[in-house]
Design a protein around this ligand. Sequence first.
Ligand code: IPE
Ligand code: IPE
Ligand code: MG
Length: 234
Amino acid sequence: MHIGIIMDGNGRWATRQGLPRTAGHREGAKAVYRAVEAAARSHIDVLTLYAFAAANWERPRSEVAALFALFRRYLQAQTSRCLARSIRINVIGRRDRLDPELLEAIEHCEWATSRCDGMLLRIAVDYSSQHALISACRHIAHAGSLDRAAFIAAMDAANHAAASAPELDLLIRSGGEKRLSDFMLWECAYAELYFTECMWPDFDATVLQAALQEFSNRNRRFGRVQEPAGAGHA
Ligand code: IPE
Ligand code: IPE
Ligand code: MG
């Protein structure tokens, strides 16, 4: 099972408490540890976390710098936790605009956890689904053929995805907004969507369990007609 999470609401969480937005991001990083632990305990195969959208570069420079500093510290700390739980890390998104020190930290944690065979933890940084789609189209145009598998491989390459992940089963967005914000537009084709008012810094195992519980009650039809139980073919 593949879960994606749009981790939204750090800024509002902080503002409501009279704190600077960066305090919300710091608290949000703690929620990331909780979410990863809870997903691994629930035997999720792939967890993709939206950490920084390509559009987030438009935020004030100080906020962007604080986010990237946090992210680097997070990666360093998360690597040993992931090794202990056999979680493999893959940072997806663009890499051409990242600071060389951050790139080094990314390559290190991906290398260190590359043999882990438990959950695959994908962290989307400088990620834009539209950018990946356009890159894949460019690649395919040069290759001269349009084949679904080749297209997906080209998108994975644009995203630096180490291994092809299945499409999303469940998309969770915290923070109360009901939109995708350029996250996994292709992979969400048949995802179940779950929106929670919980601000990301408050996210924990209980919120994840509530989402999983609702998911288990959804009726996924993939365009087909559901046959009543026990009905045979006419
Ligand atoms: C999500 O929280 C974190 C990132 C986008 C990096 P926000 O910073 O978007 O928080 P709100 O939506 O302003 O509350
Ligand atoms: C989406 O949140 C991006 C991440 C959670 C990383 P945003 O806060 O940037 O999205 P919008 O601006 O509300 O659409
Ligand atoms: Mg937001």
